[in-house]
Design a protein around this ligand. Structure first.
Ligand code: ATP
Length: 235
């Protein structure tokens, strides 16, 4: 587990500045939900953490500044599951999982982790030799998460895992998050449009509006906030 902290982060694309002075604290072993309307800058926040978008300000893991190159960020234990899954469609399920462990040398532990993931996501064991592209949306999302876990990260960044999934599948996925956090020792930052569901499993929440943090608190505090209820929870 690790802490993740953004302090006064600014980021954007070329001249278009998207994030303005964003400060977020993701506590050790917590699940923090990042909420906001389309275009608020949620994906950009995750991309800034991963070094995929250039940023200024401070991004700290366990109090230490993180490097700006994506592979160096990954080495530090930060795994990013992007929107649209992040699996390699032409590879088998098994090879996708092995690709997630490319930076590791602890072969016995890699085999043990593969076994654990097949228990956690039985379909990945059943379909080990199938091409990833042939899996359903929910199965691909599970594979993307499992593949990220094969890198043994301490911080997991999830970008809209529910995108394109049926509500029941989305629910199954979110219900797993606290278990993943506990069993894999993760600190999780998850971007999610389905605010009700994300707040129900999350510990903390941050609301972004036009690239600025407008609200932070425990999931309970944020879900009880009138404006949030109106804007994201539909009541
Ligand atoms: P969504 O829920 O729609 O994914 P978001 O909150 O994740 O929204 P971002 O994807 O971070 O928002 O986008 C924030 C702003 O940055 C938007 O105005 C978007 O148009 C712009 N943007 C995103 N990606 C790029 C890019 N590659 N080049 C230029 N502008 C971009």
């Amino acid at each position: 587990m690790s802490t993740l902290e953004l302090r006064g982060v600014h980021a954007g694309y070329g001249k278009a500045q998207v994030l303005h002075d964003v400060s977020i604290h993701v506590g050790d072993g917590s699940i923090t939900t990042l909420l906001g309307a389309n275009g608020a800058g949620k994906t950009t926040t995750l991309r800034a953490i991963s070094g995929l978008v250039r940023s200024t300000g401070e991004i700290l893991v366990d109090g230490r500044p993180i490097p700006s190159a994506p592979d160096a960020v990954a080495r530090l234990g930060v795994a990013h599951v992007p929107q649209g899954r992040g699996t390699i469609g032409q590879l088998s399920v098994e090879d996708n999982l092995k690709a997630g462990a490319l930076l590791r040398r602890d072969r016995a532990q890699i085999r043990a982790d593969l076994r654990r993931l097949r228990e956690l996501f039985p379909v990945l064991g059943e379909r080990a030799q199938s091409q990833a592209a042939g899996l359903s949306g929910g199965e691909q999302q599970m594979l993307a998460i499992a593949r990220a876990l094969m890198g043994r990260p301490s911080i997991l960044l999830l970008d809209e895992p529910s995108l394109g999934l049926a509500p029941l599948v989305t629910k199954e996925l979110f219900v797993l998050l606290p278990r993943l956090r506990d069993e894999w020792g993760l600190t999780v930052l998850v971007v999610e449009q389905n605010a009700d569901l994300a707040l129900s499993v999350g510990d903390h929440a941050v609301v972004l509006e036009s690239g600025r943090v407008v609200l932070t608190g425990t999931a309970r505090e944020v879900s009880g906030h009138d404006e949030v209820r109106r804007a994201y929870l539909g009541n």
